[in-house]
Write a protein that binds this ligand. Structure first.
Ligand SMILES: Cc1cc2nc3c(=O)[nH]c(=O)nc-3n(C[C@H](O)[C@H](O)[C@H](O)COP(=O)(O)OP(=O)(O)OC[C@H]3O[C@@H](n4cnc5c(N)ncnc54)[C@H](O)[C@@H]3O)c2cc1C
Length: 438
């Protein structure tokens, strides 16, 4: 490794280029901040690239768009000629509409939005050490094939999904249930060339349970697959599988993820063959777009100024510093193989929604760090709601605006004027916050 050269300076350093990180970087850059986006993979997108084609769920609480970055992004896909995305009702109970899209175009659009905003995207960059003095991050060492180099910023935004930067900076966090078990991780894939009419007859069971039972009984599907969750993709004849799920994976441990992915890959091929041979409409189909990695749903929940609870959700609480609206169910994926069924119990009365407070994105002590997206301050039950990509995008947007405000006002992240932040977000088109209702 080469010795240190100059420290790379930026106003805002965002870690993790998933839905939250991209929105954070764009939001900060649009406020004239110099922004670098550090991503350990070779592409941006987060779950949108490791689970290509994953639907954007939960973007329409009570039937209305959450607005902000989400609305801008999907709006550009809808407005394209021909359209590159479609809003559809979700087949599962208690979920509202979701957005299906052409994933190659969608990822390219994310790159366009980053470029237009002037964000420097640093893919294949792995943060390896966080230097903290007192209650402030001083710099972060980042490794590439060329060596390790320090990056510093006014504000650091952790959108790694796993809260890696927060953890390395000493922010306490919880992980998993009482036994440390986390939701299963999934390897997604598509089947192309499916006859939709025959595969999805009127009144079809979205979990194709009878087929799953038959496959397990014949020893053709793993015992842990009592439900096969698949849905129509954006393009005619494509079917997206969000169903090959493995438990016991620790998403913060790359070895554990790699091991789980190997098991899952075998299950994907088993399931694809089963579908082709046993399920109507799949006879002439073939596998495509297997995710390059497992999609990890759950890891750290860093501690913030406020911890959102399941009781807050049930009470449809609208916080003064709420930054995004949500009515998602408690979208729980099994944590061990004893039941292996998905559940999505309604979290709050129908027609109601809650908001996610900005304080769940602000650590208690570190003065120049925010987190956003999947990693946020919530209790275990509340974690299962509010992790949809639209919510993550708008949380990221709020962190980007907050980071810019902290730099502009030379204040700590704890001192950000949250009322003003919410007004700024409303101005940027975020719906259902700041006293306005959806
Ligand atoms: C299998 C599965 C199914 C899902 N189904 C849906 C669905 O149908 N609809 C929906 O809306 N949501 C769904 N979700 C939830 C949603 O995708 C995630 O909650 C959301 O993507 C989280 O966004 P994020 O930006 O916080 O994190 P991520 O999308 O996970 O992105 C994090 C990014 O950070 C990078 N990174 C990680 N560690 C580091 C590091 N140390 N340094 C730098 N970069 C790092 C990662 O490579 C990644 O690019 C699903 C998630 C999974 C895994």
């Amino acid at each position: 490794m080469r010795p240190y050269r100059d420290v790379h300076q930026a106003d805002v350093l965002v870690f993790g280029a998933g839905p939250a990180g991209i929105a954070a970087a764009v939001a900060a850059a649009r406020r004239r901040q110099t922004v670098r986006l550090i991503e350990l993979q070779s592409v941006v997108g987060g779950v949108m690239s490791c689970c290509p084609g994953m639907m954007l769920g939960s973007g329409y609480p009570c039937g209305t768009s959450v607005g902000g970055f989400f609305e801008e992004f999907v709006g550009r896909l809808f407005d394209h000629d021909p359209p590159l995305a479609e809003r559809r009702a979700c087949d599962l109970e208690n979920f509202g509409d979701e957005v299906v899209y052409d994933h190659e175009y969608a990822l390219s659009l994310l790159y366009d939005m980053l470029r237009e905003a002037g964000v420097e995207v640093l893919a294949n960059h792995l943060p390896c050490r966080v230097e903290v003095t007192g209650d402030e991050i001083v710099h972060v060492d980042v490794a590439t094939t060329r060596g390790v180099e320090p990056f510093s910023a006014g504000v650091y935004v952790d959108c790694t999904g796993n809260g890696d930067i927060a953890a390395a900076a000493g922010v306490p966090s919880q992980m998993g249930d009482d036994e440390g078990r986390m939701m299963g991780a999934t390897l997604t894939f598509f089947m192309l060339g499916v006859d939709w009419d025959r595969a999805f007859p009127p009144g079809f069971d979205p979990y194709f349970t009878q087929y799953a039972e038959r496959g397990i009984a014949a020893g053709r599907l793993p015992r842990t697959m009592p439900q096969i969750y698949l849905l129509k993709g954006f393009r005619e004849g494509t079917v997206f599988f969000n169903t090959v799920t493995v438990t016991g994976v620790d998403g913060t441990d790359p070895r554990s993820v790699a091991k789980g992915a190997q098991v899952a890959r075998r299950y994907v091929m088993q399931l694809a063959r089963f579908c082709r041979e046993e399920m109507p409409g799949f006879e002439h189909s073939h596998v495509a777009d297997i995710g390059p990695s497992l999609g990890v749903r759950e890891t750290r929940r860093p501690e913030g100024l406020y911890r959102l609870t399941a009781a807050d959700i049930t009470a449809a609480t609208k916080f003064e510093d709420g930054v995004v609206a949500c009515d998602s169910p408690l979208d729980e994926v099994f944590r061990d193989d004893s039941s292996s069924v998905y559940s999505h119990e309604a979290a709050l009365p129908k027609g109601e929604y809650y908001t996610i407070p900005f304080r769940t994105l602000v650590p208690r002590k570190i003065k120049n760090l925010l987190f956003a997206g999947r990693a946020r301050s919530v209790d275990l039950k509340a974690y299962a709601s509010g992790r949809g990509m639209p919510q993550c995008m708008v949380m990221g947007q709020s962190a980007g605006v907050g980071a810019a405000m902290a730099n502009e006002e030379r204040c700590t992240v704890q001192q950000i004027d949250r009322a003003r932040l919410v007004r700024e977000l409303v101005r940027e088109g975020v719906n259902g916050i700041g006293g306005g209702r959806l």
